[in-house]
Design a protein around this ligand. Structure first.
Ligand SMILES: Cc1cc2nc3c(=O)[nH]c(=O)nc-3n(C[C@H](O)[C@H](O)[C@H](O)COP(=O)(O)OP(=O)(O)OC[C@H]3O[C@@H](n4cnc5c(N)ncnc54)[C@H](O)[C@@H]3O)c2cc1C
Length: 333
């Protein structure tokens, strides 16, 4: 049986390992569009801050890939899927057949209509490549503007703080809150960050960016004029699912799956940040973001691709550490 996995992130690689650990003879091919060995994305900020090395981030070494006999095709991207013929097509038009397919393509930070024209001025903060490029630029960076929401934004702010950068955080909200669950500290977070020296601009957003001799000039909706050496920004995270366009695989924002992580198409599964699963507490489909969730979903998908009938249990609240404070978020660690 041939299992093909799209995406060499935590979910995809965990599924590949699970399959090979159960069935040594199964053929497993993982196709990943990044040029690196599978790595732990959730530790990128630690790498940026110099707390970890690139080697510390490796999620599956070359030796283990060989030992498990997982075929990893790095730097290759899947263009399309034909569920009725059980085929996928890569960007260079190579066609690969599968018996079971897992889509584990993660999410990408995306810009809304207002910021999209300024895309080239905004630093991406998502991949190992982004961080390696950014690390080279660090010595010339003093003033940073961060615009966005969610815990990843808080993670970035915390990293820049560790690097002793001057930070201005712009939020559309009345207070900086990052969607945390911790009720007691959640309300104090804004003041906590200000005490740490972070300048917080509330109820505002970036409306235009221009370059200047000394970096960037930023205009906000409330007519603030700010300057920075670098700008980080994203409006939301979007599942990276362009490869299912023109297929009958059901989706909303992400690919819809049932508790066994099966999509609407036979023998196609989805796991990790690219999929949406029904949350009985929220009574709606949602993306169960985060590293520990992707890991568990990868395991469940791998088992089910071998014919088992495991159900994924939703983990809602995860604890993580912010500048020495223990916080709870819907995702994170
Ligand atoms: C800076 C940062 C810090 C984070 N910190 C934390 C944290 O502390 N705790 C936590 O829980 N979570 C954290 N996260 C989130 C966490 O990393 C993700 O939730 C997790 O990586 C999701 O795993 P995944 O396998 O679903 O997707 P990903 O890790 O995104 O992997 C998907 C892979 O698929 C590839 N791909 C996409 N489309 C294609 C295609 N068509 N063909 C081939 N390959 C494709 C992508 O390039 C990517 O390599 C952080 C994320 C970032 C960016």
């Amino acid at each position: 049986m041939k299992s093909v996995i799209i995406g060499a992130g935590v979910a995809g690689i965990t599924a590949a390992k699970t399959i090979k650990e159960i069935d040594r003879d199964a053929e497993v091919v993982v196709i990943g569009d990044e040029m690196f060995l599978p790595y732990k994305r959730y530790l990128l900020t630690e790498l940026l801050c110099g707390l970890l090395t690139q080697d510390d981030l490796i999620f599956l070494s070359l030796e283990l890939l060989h030992k498990l006999d997982i075929k990893l095709r790095m730097g290759e991207s899947v263009k399309s899927i034909e569920p009725s013929k059980k085929l996928i097509t890569l960007h260079h038009n190579e066609i690969i057949p599968y018996d079971k397919l897992l889509i584990a393509t993660g999410c990408i930070p995306s810009l809304g209509l207002i910021l999209r024209p300024y895309k080239s001025y905004i630093q991406h903060y998502y991949s190992l490549n982004d961080i390696l490029v950014l690390k080279n630029r660090l010595p010339e960076i003093k003033k940073c503007i961060v615009f966005g929401k969610g815990v990843s934004c808080l993670d970035l702010i915390s990293g820049l703080y560790n690097l002793e950068k001057q930070i201005t955080y712009i939020t559309k909200g009345k207070r900086a809150h990052f969607g945390l669950k911790e009720s007691e500290f959640k309300d104090k977070l804004h003041d906590f960050l200000e005490e740490k020296g972070i300048d917080i601009v509330t109820e505002d957003r970036i409306v235009s960016i221009d370059t200047s001799k000394h970096g960037y000039r930023v205009d906000t909706l409330r007519q603030k004029k700010l300057t920075a050496d670098i700008i980080f920004g994203w409006d939301h995270y979007t599942p990276n699912i362009s490869c299912i366009e023109n297929t009958s695989i059901k989706k909303r924002l992400g690919i819809l799956v049932n508790a066994r992580l099966e999509t609407s198409e036979k023998d196609i599964y989805a796991a990790g940040d690219c999929m949406e699963i029904y949350n009985p507490c929220l009574k709606k489909y949602w993306i169960n973001f985060g590293f520990p969730n992707a890991l568990e979903q990868g395991r469940v998908a791998g088992e089910n691709m071998l014919g088992r009938e495991e159900e994924y249990k939703i983990y809602e609240t995860i604890t993580f550490n912010l500048m020495g404070k223990s916080l709870k978020a819907r995702w994170w660690k």
